[in-house]
Design a protein around this ligand. Structure first.
Ligand code: HEC
Length: 113
């Protein structure tokens, strides 16, 4: 296989692939936002991308999603594990794997805002 062919193949792969991946990611983030507005907003600020406490309700100590995203310890795996583990201060909200994926993408997307 010539180098020229490899470069052409890679260019066509990424040329077509990256926008598709970005669109998929955007759809996931949007789905996560919808779930968060239904299930998480009673405690977490879900709009404040700056990590400030705007939108905090009821519970004083639930961090805003923007603040969670800003923590160095927050990774995709950490959020997914957290959402599948019972947590003392958080009700055990039943989430499907797809919902967990969407919420994780949504929370991490605060890093881009
Ligand atoms: C009844 C209030 C309540 C609801 C509803 C709630 N949370 Fe929480 N959540 C909390 C509290 C309080 C904490 C902080 C717990 C702690 O760290 O001790 C927390 C922590 C978290 C963390 C971890 C932050 C860290 O320290 O790593 C994540 C992620 C999270 N919540 C996601 C969600 C998602 C997603 C939803 C909606 C499906 C949700 N929460 C709904 C109260 C809530």
């Amino acid at each position: 296989m010539s180098a020229r062919f490899v470069i052409a193949a890679a260019a066509s792969l990424f040329g077509g692939g990256l926008p598709a991946i970005a669109a998929q990611e955007a759809a996931l983030v949007e789905a996560g936002a919808r779930i968060a507005r239904e299930s998480c907003i009673s405690c977490h600020a879900v709009e404040a991308g700056d990590g400030k406490s705007a939108g905090r309700r009821q519970t004083g100590d639930a961090p805003a999603f923007g603040a969670i995203a800003a923590m160095p310890s927050t990774t995709e795996v950490a959020i997914k594990v957290f959402l599948q583990t019972p947590h003392p201060n958080m009700p055990n909200i039943m989430l499907t794997q797809a919902e967990i994926d969407a919420l994780t993408a949504y929370i991490l997307d605060f890093r881009n805002r």
